[in-house]
Design a protein around this ligand. Structure first.
Ligand SMILES: *[C@@H]1O[C@H](CO)[C@@H](O)[C@H](O)[C@H]1NC(C)=O
Ligand SMILES: *[C@@H]1O[C@H](CO)[C@@H](O)[C@H](O)[C@H]1NC(C)=O
Ligand SMILES: *[C@@H]1O[C@H](CO)[C@@H](O)[C@H](O)[C@H]1NC(C)=O
Ligand SMILES: *[C@@H]1O[C@H](CO)[C@@H](O)[C@H](O)[C@H]1NC(C)=O
Length: 446
């Protein structure tokens, strides 16, 4: 019985844990989701007066953020609802409002409206708090202030819910945040939220509906976008990103690329800028063809400490990554002693897992990873007693994620070796490493 269970767990582990997260559960961010609240500020169902609702979108994810072109929230109305007016966002289409004749027409009569955030700089009288950032949502770790978006709308022509005793409108359904990889639940009624109207006062809304959207890498199709290369002070070999990590040059799935030239000297197609859609990737040609490369260099060995230099290079020639972040797994991160030029926060701190952390740029300094540019850090780690070693690839990161996407690592048997013929021992520990990890993982599961 025990053996059967063991084998089953082993199979489950092998099939599902390889590199992508199974389902929507992310062990690095177990509570990460996007929550959408509909807070009713006025509601007079009896006389079917238009109601006013504040819709807010909260990114509760520690390291995933929503980048341009931003969220596009859509849903299906339960009945014949129309949106009379909006603040802080707008519907992409007005739809067929002909039944309202001339004069005063609604903002949107579509059965399935698509709402988008307004751009920064929107006139003040069209704004609400937390609006108008072009659909961008920060990760919770990077800024809990800009991880929320909101808009307000006035809705008319609605019907009362049959099971709500006629006191509430019928709930819309089929929610979608319009960002690849996310899927949303139906709305549920939750205890009404309080909202802050000024520094000292909170008001209670009349009714709150809540929708939860979760991310899964399985749902987000598409090629890899990032790879890792390695080097050390003790070996002159540089282990590059695996060939074709993000596609092979010239194949239909790989991004277009530009060869040669010094950085900054290439003639680039005009565009990008303030357009809604980001330009299709155009990368500097390379063996790996990834828009992002993370280079980990083991730089110095001190008696009690060691030093790593990490460089994140943007090979994409038409894209700046604003508010980029990097999630890294390495057993020595818990003894990170000093870090230059980046922000850092440990990410997972439960039980024995304390080996994952998040790095991101410093505001007004390197929070933006420029097209064809790079950002760098050096860090000093205290050697963990009885654990630290330069052999067996221990000094290299186990996993790396850029902007929430897992990066392709070189195969372990290509890691830079120690010079003094320690290769047999090295090979043994390379094999022992993962299986020990597997065993300790199983011990936790069973
Ligand atoms: C938001 O972050 C700031 C500083 O990073 C912190 O002081 C504050 O408590 C946070 N607010 C919430 C609601 O988590
Ligand atoms: C959501 O609600 C719609 C309409 O009430 C229903 O058809 C659908 O099955 C529901 N979906 C889920 C996942 O419950
Ligand atoms: C990236 O930022 C630089 C400097 O701010 C700017 O010149 C360039 O146009 C930006 N590129 C895109 C694609 O937005
Ligand atoms: C994890 O590491 C941090 C230092 O990076 C330390 O402050 C914290 O106490 C550690 N947590 C556990 C559970 O070991």
């Amino acid at each position: 019985m025990g053996t059967v269970r063991f084998v089953f767990v082993l199979l489950a582990f092998l099939c599902c844990s390889s590199s992508r997260f199974a389902g929507a559960y992310d062990p690095l961010d177990p509570n990460g989701d996007i929550t959408i609240n509909w807070d009713f500020q006025s509601l007079d169902v009896k006389d079917a007066n238009p109601y006013t609702v504040m819709v807010s979108i909260h990114n509760n994810q520690l390291y995933r953020h929503i980048e341009r072109p931003g969220w596009r929230l859509s849903w299906n109305w339960a009945g014949k609802e129309v949106i009379w007016g909006t603040w802080g966002a707008e519907a992409t289409e007005q739809g067929d409002c002909s039944r309202f004749g001339g004069g005063n027409r609604p903002h949107c009569c579509q059965k399935r409206p698509v709402m988008v955030d307004l751009p920064p700089g929107t006139p003040y009288n069209q704004q609400v708090d937390n609006c108008c950032r072009g659909g961008v949502l920060s990760s919770l770790t990077q800024s809990n202030r800009t991880s929320v978006a909101a808009f307000q709308m006035t809705v008319g022509e609605y019907a009362a819910a049959k099971d709500g005793g006629g006191k509430e409108p019928e709930m819309p359904w089929g929610f979608d945040v319009g960002v690849p990889g996310y899927s949303c639940s139906n709305a549920t009624k939750v205890p009404p939220t309080r909202s802050k109207v000024d520094k000292n006062r909170h008001v209670q809304v009349l009714l709150t509906w809540q929708v939860t959207c979760s991310y899964s890498q399985y749902r987000e199709s598409g090629a890899q976008s990032c790879c890792v290369s390695l080097s050390t002070f003790y070996n002159s070999d540089i282990v590059s990103c695996p060939r074709c990590s993000c596609g092979c040059q010239g194949t239909p799935t790989s991004p277009r690329c530009v060869a040669g030239g010094e950085p900054g000297t290439l003639a680039l197609p005009a565009g990008g800028g303030d357009d809604d859609e980001p330009a299709a990737p155009l990368v500097r040609c390379s063996e790996h063809m990834c828009p992002i490369r993370v280079h980990w260099h083991v730089k110095v060995n001190y008696r009690k400490y060691w030093r790593v230099k990490m460089t994140v290079s943007n090979y994409n020639l038409v894209r700046n990554y604003s508010d980029w972040n990097l999630v890294l797994q390495h057993p020595n991160l818990r003894s990170l002693t000093q870090l230059f030029s980046f922000n850092y926060k440990p990410l997972v701190e439960y039980g024995t897992f304390n080996d994952t952390g998040m790095f991101w740029g410093i505001r007004f300094y390197n929070e933006m990873l420029l097209q064809d540019g790079n950002v760098q850090t050096e860090m000093i780690l205290e050697k963990n007693e009885g654990e630290f070693t330069f052999s067996g690839g221990w000094a290299f990161p186990r996993r790396v994620y850029f902007d929430g996407h897992e990066c392709v690592m070189p195969p372990a048997d290509q890691y830079p070796a120690l010079p003094n013929g320690a290769s047999a021992a090295r090979r043994r520990s390379l094999l022992a490493g993962p299986s020990l990890l597997l065993l300790s993982f199983l011990a936790l599961l069973v």
